[in-house]
Design a protein around this ligand. Structure first.
Ligand code: PMP
Length: 325
């Protein structure tokens, strides 16, 4: 695999930063992870039926927007514009055509720097591809940069525990930025959950309400209605946004609400959402099984509709796919 760094391709294992760099030592790197999907919808008029020409980036523009928002929140000057980043991401996927299932890109300060405020006048940008099976917890060695989006095996419903590690609050950090340093908070929550025998965590905010998972947003079904925490203390997930739009398109009721841990545990169904995992059913919370079967009927429907949107099979959402070739 090759990584794109400031306009040049280098072998991925040569893409390094010094330990004394601000982004390594202070956690100031920002990043995005996105999925490379195979478009299974209607073939374009121009032909091209091979998967090479049918590969697409899912919600590329939304990821690029969020990346620039992260940079603004961290006062990080980027060396390129949105259009140039879009071009770089597409080029990197083409360069790594055989193995790219996902893309992770970073903004970071690379120069050795002992100060607290970074001295470099402009950040660097790097774009990596990774193999999807490895990102989802495959058996091989991890690809550098692969995201490891949710605990548990791919496709298998997760067990969840309510975390004692509180989500970083908006008063403590600019939580709508995807900044590397914040993920110590996520890692501590996931680790606690795994040590207790669960696949993943549900994190609580400072008001005692459900915020999100360590690396995902979370939805519940209670009294037949879909509910998800408000964005006050959760990342504005792009999959969350896709799910909300798809669910509304299905004519199902959905509320953004304050959800207590007790309401979460007594939900009929629940699922995590995130890039790569898309919709991941939650089988139990704190050892209590949710509903009679998992995935429950609403989760199953949402999963099918969200997969159709990712794969270009629903004409209403084809604009979410940006073809690579
Ligand atoms: N919350 C957090 C804290 C995350 O890191 C992620 C992964 N980006 C999500 C939610 C889900 O966001 P998305 O659907 O954009 O992957």
């Amino acid at each position: 695999m090759k990584a794109w760094i400031d306009g040049q391709f280098v072998p991925q294992d040569e893409a390094k930063v010094p330990i004394l760099s601000h982004s390594f030592s202070r956690g100031s790197a920002i990043f995005e992870v996105m999925e490379v999907v195979v478009d299974k919808g209607e073939a374009p008029d121009t032909g091209g039926s091979g998967t090479g020409s049918r590969r697409a980036l899912f919600r590329l523009d939304a990821h690029v927007e969020r990346f620039f928002r992260s940079a603004a929140l961290l006062h990080m000057p980027l060396p390129l514009g949105k259009g140039e980043l879009v071009k770089a991401v597409k080029e990197t996927v083409r360069e790594n055509a055989a193995a790219a299932g996902g893309v992770k890109f970073y903004g970071y300060y690379a120069a050795p720097d002992l100060g607290l405020i970074p001295q470099e006048p402009c950040a660097h940008v790097a774009v990596f591809c990774f193999d999807l099976s490895e990102a989802l917890g495959g058996s091989g060695p991890p690809t550098p940069g692969a995201p490891g989006q949710a605990g548990g095996q791919p496709g298998r419903p997760a067990t969840a525990g309510i975390s004692t590690v509180r989500k970083l609050s908006p008063e403590a950090a600019a939580i709508q930025a995807k900044a590397a340093g914040y993920y110590v908070n996520a890692f501590l929550a996931r680790r606690e959950a795994v040590e207790k025998g669960y696949d993943d965590a549900i994190m609580i905010d400072r008001t005692g309400h459900v915020a999100e998972g360590p690396l995902s947003n979370v939805f519940f079904v209670s009294d037949g209605t879909l509910k998800t925490p408000r964005l006050r203390n959760a990342l504005a997930g792009i999959t969350r946004d896709s799910v909300i739009e798809v669910v509304r398109g299905m004519g199902l009721a959905l509320e953004e609400a304050d959800i207590t841990p007790e309401q979460a545990i007594s939900a009929e169904e629940a699922f995590y959402t995130g890039t790569i995992i898309r919709v991941k059913p939650i089988r139990s919370i704190e050892g209590k099984s949710l509903g009679a079967s998992c995935p429950g009927p609403i989760t199953r429907k949402v999963q099918a509709a969200v997969d159709a949107a990712h794969e270009g099979r629903d004409p209403r959402y084809r604009h979410w796919l940006t073809h690579v070739a």
